[in-house]
Design a protein around this ligand. Sequence first.
Ligand SMILES: Nc1ncnc2c1ncn2[C@@H]1O[C@H](COP(=O)(O)OP(=O)(O)OP(=O)(O)O)[C@@H](O)[C@H]1O
Ligand SMILES: [Mg+2]
Length: 277
Amino acid sequence: MGHARLLPRPNVRPPAAEGVTTAKVFAFANQKGGVAKTTTTLNLAVAFKERGLRVLVVDLDPQGNLTMSQGLNPDAIERSMFDVLVQRIPIREIVHEREVDVAVSSIDLAGAELALSSMIGRERALEKALMPVQESYDWILIDTPPSLGLLTINALVAAQGVIVPVQCEYLSLRGLVQLENTLAMIRENLNPRVEIVGILPTMFDGRTLHSREAIEILQENFGDLLFETRIRKTVRFAEAPVRGMSIMNYDPTGPAAEMYRELAEEVLHGAKAREHA
Ligand SMILES: Nc1ncnc2c1ncn2[C@@H]1O[C@H](COP(=O)(O)OP(=O)(O)OP(=O)(O)O)[C@@H](O)[C@H]1O
Ligand SMILES: [Mg+2]
């Protein structure tokens, strides 16, 4: 028809039609390594799925731990989030159906930051890629690498909420301040709605004074932002990924699965409270 059709579409999501829900997008971030980002992303995702929710997890870490923990080999994967972010292929093409739907990582993803760095809209590549699947899921959970580089920034720009797992043993408050500063910059420049939903204490061992002190320090510094759920330390977590599955299905009645069900309850409750606020 008129020449208006030739204009590029603005990069905004149209309002959802009546009865159509769009996914809530949460990122799991902490630039410190080994704090249980991946473990939390996967097990919370499976806990959501148990409740009948439609869940997509996005493995945005070139290490590919989440991909591996679903029995997929990141070294043998041909197309991954790299192709989605850099070559702009539809994300659906790299989603594998496992315990939950997984948008997979591969070793190529290590080159994504460099490839993206010279592209216009480099911080919004993930946000854009998720738009076509927004209505197919209730939740999209993004696992990030242990850094505050462009991949993590893409996750924070695409997300409404951030869950920050912290390891009770080696608490790094300086690292958390740095993460908060990055989020403040993202709110100012790229995504005004993103907020920390909660700080999640992981690898908690109630028998040690050190773990209990870590919780006190978190409480003093973050107050209400601290989740009530604590993820206790157990060897089960190390066993499950080797079997290519979540703790939720590896040991469904064990205490570890229960802790993530409790977290799911707390997150869903908080999400509802915010909707009505
Ligand atoms: N509650 C727990 N108790 C004991 N071990 C745990 C617990 N949660 C996770 N782990 C183990 O700790 C290690 C690190 O966990 P995970 O890979 O989830 O951390 P991460 O923050 O994603 O790490 P990275 O920064 O490298 O991506 C894994 O071997 C995992 O199995
Ligand atoms: Mg990880």
